[in-house]
Design a protein around this ligand. Structure first.
Ligand SMILES: *[C@@H]1O[C@H](CO)[C@@H](O)[C@H](O)[C@H]1NC(C)=O
Ligand SMILES: *[C@@H]1O[C@H](CO)[C@@H](O)[C@H](O)[C@H]1NC(C)=O
Length: 345
């Protein structure tokens, strides 16, 4: 017996070596505005995703993090991430993207624009301003924010602000759509909104995603409207009502393949409790982790899901709290004031 069992286990080991049972796909994390990979919050978030899924995760930085996330135009940020993912051997067989807020637009830019990049399989979006936002991100009710918000509203579509303020690439004021379409340099291209410039390559690439998970936060006060996380938005010309994604032209005319993906059952519209990017452990396990595991285990989880909610993972403990980055560093504030003075002068 001993004589026979040795070669059998040897063969098993050999087989496992050459044909691993589950080869999990790595993922990257793209953080939001005002944040950076070295910050404790994003670092832990990435580590938690890794340990819960068993997949390798990498937070991809643009420049120095916080500063560049505010002031480098999104097209440039996208190019930087594109070059980085192309150089990472770990991703060459394909990878998943987890986007936080503004990071989702960079991620989508990589999917649509990155020439010769490795294939993106699953895209998990937390609080992404996919259809634009009608307010400066992270600006609450403070007096500085009110001033900044008003100044930016007046100047946002100037070339100067477009070239020096990242969020101007997706600020979309419904009462100023012609100007937005003409002058805004990032989102109209990303969303194939310009009738004479629609590029079917972007649509083809986006339609290749295996899963698109769109997580909206029920009490999101940063994204205006919060439904933009699902590609919902205001109609052109008015601040109400908020159109559900399926009622927008981007969807009905399928400019980027959102409808194609949805018809194929690959879009998951998720709504979770909490403010912007405040994700609980339970929601992370339920809505993100399955897409970061290898496909075999995803199927297991999908079939389990139909039997009802998973009680055992019902922890509401936060594993990420985007509010840490609500604080504007004073260097950012003063640069802001300068920026607005230059753009007006
Ligand atoms: C998340 O990761 C951090 C750092 O690795 C760890 O201390 C923490 O316990 C993890 N959170 C959960 C809910 O496992
Ligand atoms: C569409 O985008 C692709 C990829 O970036 C590019 O090669 C192509 O020239 C573009 N087509 C048009 C019509 O602009």
């Amino acid at each position: 017996m001993a004589f026979r069992s040795v070669p059998i286990s040897f063969i098993t080991v050999l087989l496992l070596f050459f044909f691993p049972v589950s080869r999990s796909i790595p993922f990257i994390v793209l953080h939001g505005i005002g944040d950076q990979c070295s910050n404790q919050g994003v670092k832990q978030f990435t580590e938690n995703l890794s340990s819960f899924s068993g997949s390798k995760g990498y937070c991809i930085e643009v420049g120095d993090g916080t500063w560049d996330s505010w002031f480098k135009p999104l097209e440039e940020q996208t190019e930087i991430v594109c070059e980085k993912v192309k150089k990472m051997k770990e991703l060459s067989e394909g990878y998943n993207i987890v986007g936080l807020s503004q990071g989702n637009l960079i991620g989508r830019g990589v999917v649509e624009f990155c020439e010769g990049g490795p294939p993106v399989k699953n895209f998990v979006s937390l609080g992404g301003p996919h259809a634009g936002t009608a307010s400066v991100p992270l600006c609450g009710s403070g007096i500085f924010c009110i001033i900044a918000n008003n100044l930016i509203k007046a100047e946002v579509y100037s070339d100067y602000v477009q070239d020096h303020l990242a969020p101007s690439g997706y600020l979309k004021f419904p009462n100023d759509i012609p100007k937005y379409l003409e002058k805004c340099k990032f989102l109209p291209k990303l969303n194939n909104e310009l009738p004479d410039k629609r590029n079917s390559t972007y649509k083809e690439r986006f339609s290749c995603l295996q899963n698109l998970v769109l997580i909206m936060f029920k009490d999101d006060k940063v994204l205006i409207p919060k439904e933009t996380a699902w590609f919902g938005y205001y109609p052109d010309g008015a601040f109400s009502p908020v159109l559900p994604p399926q009622k927008t032209k981007l969807y009905t005319e399928d400019w980027i393949g959102l409808k194609t993906l949805d018809d194929a059952g690959r879009v998951h519209f998720i709504s979770v409790a909490g403010g912007h990017l405040k994700i609980s452990k339970a929601d992370m396990k339920k809505h993100i982790i399955p897409y970061l595991k290898d496909q075999a285990s995803v199927r297991v989880i999908e079939s389990r899901k139909t039997k009802g909610p998973n009680e055992e993972e019902g922890s509401t403990e936060l594993v990420f709290d985007g509010s840490s980055s609500y604080v504007w560093p004073s260097s950012v504030k003063s640069f802001f004031v300068e920026l607005l003075e230059v753009s007006r002068g």
